[in-house]
Design a binder for this molecule. Structure first.
Ligand code: COA
Ligand code: UVW
Length: 333
């Protein structure tokens, strides 16, 4: 079975409620209708019911069974305003600015729904930049206990690919931490191993990627990856992890034999940890577009409740997949 079909089957076993705040985007409406048909989640949409109905009519999609919450008429508005104010008053939030944000920023409203357990998770980002989705999520939901930092990953399902977990890979960080230090890179590897086990299901085999394999190049950029690998071994001895490795040494067995003989990771990696966000974001888009891989994310790991972002270049089908993945993350909470 395809990776995403397995996730959808899991999502159906214990149906969770996912809030979608970007109801002015037609891909959100199409994805919501598809989720209703597939039964992978209950959907709450933030917005104006009449406009959503008009959109559904115009797109010829069926949205019966969806709950619509309009911040202007929501009986929960005052509760959310007070809680948002309490959570952020030390950062300068006033009651007036909390109300103004909750009425005008549907992403913030969706995050507060998750915070108050009126939804199990949120998916947004098809028409907002990542920073606009992540900032309220990080500010309100915060890092989960026992996790060092929140990071962003993609699951890539590459067709006709013998590498990774039958062509499925986890790439991190592709969405959040722009220039992680060695300690942060090690923490990203740790979170990625948990996400891989939880969502893909096989044993995570983690490569810490670089432009160098085992000392083939010398540079402070390489030193960071070597140090991150050392920290990961020390702090998380249970991980199957190695670095620094180039991508070919990490995933191609024949190349691994010559570049990194004796490595338990080289040639077998299914989790790829990138040295910075340029590498992670550029790489996932290349694999998605050139290898025609299915790309789900950027999903968040290490956040206290499931919120996941999307690329503005996503399709309705991608949103449907991320909703199912979010529902499975919610089951695991
Ligand atoms: C996410 C992002 C917006 C946060 O940066 P920022 O706006 O400068 O915000 P700050 O550093 O002030 O952080 C905001 C809050 O998030 C928290 N935070 C930031 N990064 C975090 C992380 N990795 N893990 C946990 N919390 C984090 C901060 O502690 C802060 O909390 P506080 O306000 O309660 O003190 C920024 O890292 C970013 O733009 N990342 C890249 C996003 C992107 O464009 N990706 C490419 C496309 S996918
Ligand atoms: C993940 C990502 O790159 O998001 P966007 O394409 O919206 O910038």
């Amino acid at each position: 079975m395809k990776f995403i079909d397995e996730i959808k089957a899991r999502a159906k076993q214990d149906v969770k409620t996912i809030v979608l705040p970007e109801t002015r985007d037609k891909r959100t409406l199409i994805a919501a209708a598809q989720v209703l048909k597939e039964g992978t989640a209950k959907i709450v949409m933030v917005g104006d019911e009449e406009k959503i109905k008009d959109g559904a009519h115009w797109l010829d999609v069926e949205l019966d069974g969806i709950t619509v919450v309009n911040p202007e008429t929501s009986p929960k508005l005052d509760e959310y305003v007070n809680l948002l104010y309490e959570l952020r008053k030390k950062k300068g939030m006033t009651l007036e600015s909390a109300r103004e944000q909750l009425l005008n920023n549907y992403i913030m409203f969706g995050v507060m729904m998750v915070k108050c357990k009126d939804a199990d998770g949120m998916v947004a980002g098809c028409c907002h930049a990542t920073a606009d989705v992540l900032r309220p999520s990080l500010q309100i939901l915060k890092t989960a206990p026992g996790t060092e930092l929140v990071s962003g990953f993609f699951i890539l399902d590459v067709p006709n690919c013998e590498y990774g977990e039958h062509g499925t890979f986890l790439f991190a960080d592709c969405g959040l931490n722009q220039d992680p230090n060695a300690e942060e890179m090690a923490a990203i590897a740790h979170s990625s191993s948990k996400s891989f086990r939880n969502l893909v299901g096989g044993n995570p085999i983690i490569a810490m990627l670089s432009h160098s394999t085992k000392g083939s190049a010398k540079h402070p950029l390489v030193d960071k990856v070597v140090e991150a690998t050392r920290i990961a071994h020390e702090k998380y001895p249970q991980l199957v992890i190695d670095g620094e490795l180039q991508t070919d040494a990490a995933i191609v067995p024949e190349v691994a034999k010559s570049k990194a003989p004796g490595s338990e990771v080289a040639g077998k990696a299914n989790v790829l940890v990138f040295p910075n966000l340029d590498c992670g974001n550029i790489s996932y888009k290349l694999v998605q577009r050139l290898a025609k891989a299915e790309a789900y994310g950027p999903m968040l790991q290490g956040l206290s409740s499931p919120v996941n972002d999307l690329s503005r270049g996503c399709s309705a089908e991608d949103i449907t997949g991320v909703i199912a993945l979010t529902a499975v993350q919610a089951q695991l909470q």
